[in-house]
Design a protein around this ligand. Structure first.
Ligand code: FAD
Length: 434
């Protein structure tokens, strides 16, 4: 029997690991896999050239498998922004156009998308400007969990995620150690008596719910990244020459997660993956009404209609699965300490999003940035309109003027896809260990 056959409830969520294995492996994973291969989700806009804001940049990694293939502009087969349709009744779209066209007013880049948008500027009435102003105020009242890449930077590029999969790259040693240490030691919450920077087991006595949630989210992401590198591992060629072969590396998996082969934190780290999965699943579930209205525009009417159907089918599964993570339990107490904790929570997460620019392997940076943005988007969804934004009431649904950018939607789905694929990969390791 594989130690990775976890059982029992996911901490702080009333949901059994076995229930999630079944939901994920039978229903979520196959649907997401096919959705994420569609053009809308596979092209991610990202700036991989941003300077590390914390220490001198060591991100010029020479490892071959760290290389990211960037799409040339004419290689991206999708249009990314639909032109506003004057006849449209879709408030969701109208809000977005107003916001985007005003962004265009700020000047900047030279890509077609931006030119199209700035061409709209002349048609913006005072009424629209006022609408946008209220939008901006709304946006600023929301906690921004991630430092987003500047939409007008010339360094923003499209990456085809299918051509640049998250897998073993050989990125190890001082550089990733510094990243993880900086995340856990300086930008995460931990119990007073911590064991290195893996402060498990986290007991209720050791940390309050908000801090446990934060720590588990990061640990779950770390677990997921490390499962992927074990799942798609590059074994060197037998004779030492040639390209090597890709496959599942059970030994590497056991080294990281098997309590008999390493310290006994492995199973807890695997459980944290399920926790992170449940939190992002809850965010998707909360965003269903919003996502059902999304256009998922690529410029190809047939593709857009098919994709919308596919997303609807996926969202039906998400919607019908009971919510197990309850964000309204966080930041409940109205006190000065809680206000302080909220601001630390947001500040730490933002810092982690900035640390991603310090990752010294472009492929790891790409997926790190995407997954942190996806998690930040999930948090934005969960805390939109509730006490995090300064309201005293906790809203079960999103505010009517809530907005997500295309990049946030792509990140949210792909980040959840990574967690889903990690849980699916555990099945493979269980079979290999038998
Ligand atoms: P690390 O994974 O570096 O862990 C460092 C320490 O953190 C461990 O000693 C342990 O004490 C603690 N720890 C480990 N796991 C957890 C957990 N789940 N929860 C809490 N604490 C934990 N490598 C690739 O091959 N492909 C990739 O795509 C990739 N992406 C990466 C993305 C980012 C953002 C970063 C920072 C690194 C990435 N790496 C990737 C590198 C990879 O994560 C490891 O850092 C590397 O393989 C070295 O592993 P390690 O055994 O030294 O332990």
């Amino acid at each position: 029997r594989c130690f990775c056959k976890l059982s029992g409830e996911v901490d702080d969520c009333s949901c059994k690991v076995e229930t999630l294995d079944s939901l994920n492996n039978n229903q979520i994973y196959p649907r997401l896999k096919s959705l994420l291969a569609r053009n809308y989700f596979r092209y991610f806009k990202v700036n991989l050239k941003k300077q590390c804001p914390f220490w001198s940049d060591d991100s010029r990694c020479a490892l071959k498998d760290c290389h990211v293939d960037i799409c040339q502009k004419d290689e991206v087969p999708i249009k990314t922004e639909k032109q506003p349709d004057n006849e449209s009744n879709n408030q969701h779209e109208k809000n977005k156009y107003t916001m985007e066209s005003n962004k265009g007013e700020q000047g900047g880049g030279d890509c077609t998308e931006e030119r199209q948008l700035s061409a709209l500027d002349t048609t913006i009435s005072d009424e629209k400007k006022a609408e946008f102003q209220s939008w901006r105020e709304h946006d600023e009242s929301l906690p921004m969990f991630c430092e987003v890449d500047d939409e007008h930077s010339n360094d923003l590029e499209y990456v085809d995620l299918l051509l640049n999969p998250e897998r073993y790259t050989g990125y190890k040693g001082l550089s990733p150690r510094r990243i993880w240490r900086s995340i856990y030691e300086e930008n995460c919450f931990k119990p007073e008596k911590s064991v290195g920077y893996g402060p498990e087991p986290i007991t209720e006595a050791a940390m309050c719910l908000e801090k446990r949630v934060f720590y588990r989210l990061i640990s779950g992401l770390h677990t997921s990244i490390n499962i992927h590198l074990c799942d798609q591992y590059l074994f060197p060629a037998k004779n030492g020459f040639g390209p090597g072969t890709w496959g599942h590396n059970l030994k590497e998996f056991q080294r990281r997660f098997d309590p008999e082969k390493t310290d006994d934190h492995g199973p807890q780290r695997l459980k944290n993956l399920y926790f992170t999965y449940l939190v992002e699943l809850r965010a998707l579930s909360k965003a269903v009404p919003y996502l059902e209205e999304e256009v998922f525009y690529t410029g190809d009417a047939q593709e857009d209609a098919d994709l919308k159907e596919g997303v609807k089918d996926f969202l039906a599964i998400v919607k019908n699965f009971p919510d197990h993570f309850d964000e309204s339990q966080l930041f409940k107490v109205n006190s000065q300490e809680m206000l302080q904790l909220k601001s630390e929570f947001v500040h730490h997460f933002r810092n982690i999003s900035r640390i991603m620019d310090c990752v010294g392997c472009d492929k790891c940076k790409l997926w790190g940035k995407l997954q942190v943005l996806g998690m930040g988007t999930a948090l934005k969804v969960l805390f939109s309109g509730d006490s995090m934004a300064g309201d005293s009431t906790v809203n079960a649904s999103l505010k009517s003027d809530f907005q997500l950018t295309r990049t946030e939607i792509v990140a949210l789905f792909n980040a959840f896809g990574r967690l889903s694929s990690s849980i699916h990969a555990l099945e493979t390791f269980r079979a290999l260990a038998r």
